[in-house]
Write a protein that binds this ligand. Structure first.
Ligand code: 5GP
Ligand code: ZN
Length: 136
C-alpha cells in the first residue's frame, strides 16, 4: 500500500527504531510510548487489522509478539507486559495496518486498567447462543 504509514516503515521510507525483524514481521518502537520500550509488531504484508489479516501473517505476528515481549520484559527489567491491539476506529485504531502494542509495565506506573461491567439477567445466554449458532 503506497500511502500506508506502517508499509512505509516496513519499506524503510520512514525511519523507525527497529527492535526485531524477520521475513514476515517487523517490530519497532512506538513514537509516543506509554512507557519507554513500548513496541509495535506489524506484518510486513499490508492488511487493515485482525479482521482481515491473512492467518499465516497473524501467526507470524503472534510469534514475534511473544519473542519481543520476553525481550522487552527481560532487557528493560519490566514488572509485567500488556499487549493491546486496536481493531477499527471505534476500538481506537488510528493506523490502518495491523499492529500489536507491547507495553512494558512497572510497579506503580499508574496506568489504569479498564473496568468490567455486569451482565443483565439473560444477556450472557443471549450472546452465547448467537456466537454458538454462528459456529454451527
Ligand atoms: P493505534 O491507535 O492505531 O492502535 O496505534 C497507532 C500507534 O502508532 C500509536 O501508538 C502511535 O504513537 C504510533 N505511531 C504513529 N505514527 C508513528 C510513526 O511515524 N512512527 C512510529 N514508530 N510510531 C507511530
Ligand atoms: Zn500497510
Amino acid at each position: 500500500m503506497d500511502t500506508c504509514l506502517f508499509c512505509k516503515i516496513v519499506r524503510g521510507e520512514i525511519p523507525a527504531h527497529t527492535v526485531y525483524e524477520d521475513d514476515a514481521t517487523l517490530a519497532f518502537l512506538d513514537i509516543h510510548p506509554v512507557n519507554p520500550g513500548h513496541t509495535l509488531v506489524v506484518p510486513k504484508r499490508h492488511s487493515f487489522n485482525l479482521l482481515d489479516i491473512d492467518p499465516a501473517d497473524w501467526a507470524a505476528v503472534a510469534e514475534s509478539t511473544r519473542h519481543v515481549s520476553k525481550l522487552v520484559h527481560d532487557v528493560l527489567a519490566a514488572d509485567g507486559i500488556n499487549l493491546q491491539m486496536n481493531n477499527r476506529e471505534h476500538a481506537g485504531q488510528d493506523v490502518d495496518h495491523p499492529h500489536v502494542h507491547i507495553i512494558p509495565r512497572y510497579r506503580g506506573d499508574g496506568l489504569p486498567h479498564w473496568r468490567g461491567k455486569s451482565y443483565q439477567p439473560g444477556e450472557a445466554e443471549e450472546i452465547i447462543a448467537k456466537l454458538r449458532a454462528a459456529h454451527a
